[in-house]
Design a protein around this ligand. Structure first.
Ligand code: ZN
Length: 321
């Protein structure tokens, strides 16, 4: 019985094909532009805050186990490093380009550097002149990480002195991975419930949009009323105008709502019934007020806040009376 090629066998063939790149040399031999030298060591030590005297104090270094000045081992890469992009071989014949193209054409298009590991064979001294060769050290099988599924590609840079002796080595590892599908955009924050506006109280919400808490006043007898209503309860006049509330008042009562929860409102939802100094009562939420401050009789200050483009509402903050 024969079986048709499956994704599994195709994947195994792809994985095997990646291994042909292991051990291949990348690009040309890099030659350090300068010998290991004290001025560069000085800049490095100053930048790193490294005060070890074996790097810059010739007499202390002579008296040390090194018998003379040495360079900080962690400068290994600095001696050969060229400006970004310079000297990079991105031709199609470069094995690293071929390897990168192979993994990218299989969907592993994202990249992240994961770790770098240096090995020092000996201390470098002023006058050492380095060269560097880079090889593809390893390509991992398919791995699933927190970032996604992909292949770790490790390159190895070997550093040599003028006599051809290896002085150090650096493993540099990247993960080429399949980018996770983009998450659906977050749902927009639901809006607070809209008031059902009528001609009778439209003025009140329009006033809030301008930062004003308006109180309806009977144009005949001057009695204030809230909530808004078309007729004066005292003299039955239909004529009215408004005054702007000063914004000070006291908590007449309050309630902290936990359930049921409306998505646009934060919980616990503190609702206060406020006796305004003008003599009417208003229901509103609090701002910048914690549960301990919610006390009947506490002084409050109005803050008109914009909830969204279409809705501004009054809020109250407990203040010192
Ligand atoms: Zn009236």
């Amino acid at each position: 019985m024969t079986t048709a090629p499956t994704d599994t066998t195709a994947s195994a063939a792809f994985e095997a094909s990646l291994q042909q790149f292991v051990g291949l040399e990348i690009g040309v031999v890099a030659v350090a532009p300068d010998e290991v030298n004290v001025p560069m060591v000085r800049h490095w030590c100053e930048a790193m805050g490294d005060t070890n005297p074996v790097y810059l104090d010739a007499s202390a270094a002579a008296a040390s186990v090194h018998g003379g000045l040495v360079a900080p081992p962690t400068m290994l890469q600095a001696w050969v490093m060229r400006p970004f992009g310079q000297g990079r071989d991105e031709s199609e014949s470069n094995p690293y380009s071929q390897l990168t193209n192979a993994v990218e054409s299989n969907g592993f298009t994202s990249v992240v550097a994961t770790n770098c590991e240096q090995t020092y064979d000996r201390y470098l001294r002023p006058g050492d002149h380095l060269t560097m060769r880079t090889v593809i050290d390893s390509v991992s099988g398919e791995k699933t990480t927190g970032l996604g599924t992909g292949h770790f590609i490790t390159t190895r840079q070997d550093y040599f002195d003028a006599a051809g002796e290896r002085v150090g080595s650096m493993l540099f590892r990247i993960l080429k991975f399949r980018p996770a599908p983009k998450p659906a955009p977050a749902a927009p924050k639901p809006l607070r419930p809209r008031p059902s506006l009528t001609f009778d109280h439209l003025f009140w919400f329009e006033g809030l949009k301008q930062g004003k808490l308006l109180i309806q006043r009977c144009a005949e007898c001057g009695v204030l009323r809230h909530p808004a209503a078309p007729m004066c309860r005292e003299c039955r006049s239909l004529a009215w105008d408004t005054i702007e509330a000063g914004g000070r008042g006291r908590i007449h009562s309050f309630v902290v709502v936990h359930y049921p929860q409306i998505p646009s409102i934060e919980y616990p939802n503190q609702v206060v019934l406020v006796d305004l100094d003008e003599g009417v009562r208003v229901v509103a939420n609090t701002v910048d007020t914690n549960a301990e401050q919610l006390v009947i009789g506490a002084a409050v200050q109005l803050e008109v806040r914009m909830c969204d483009d279409d809705l501004s509402l009054p809020f109250f903050k407990v203040v010192q009376s």
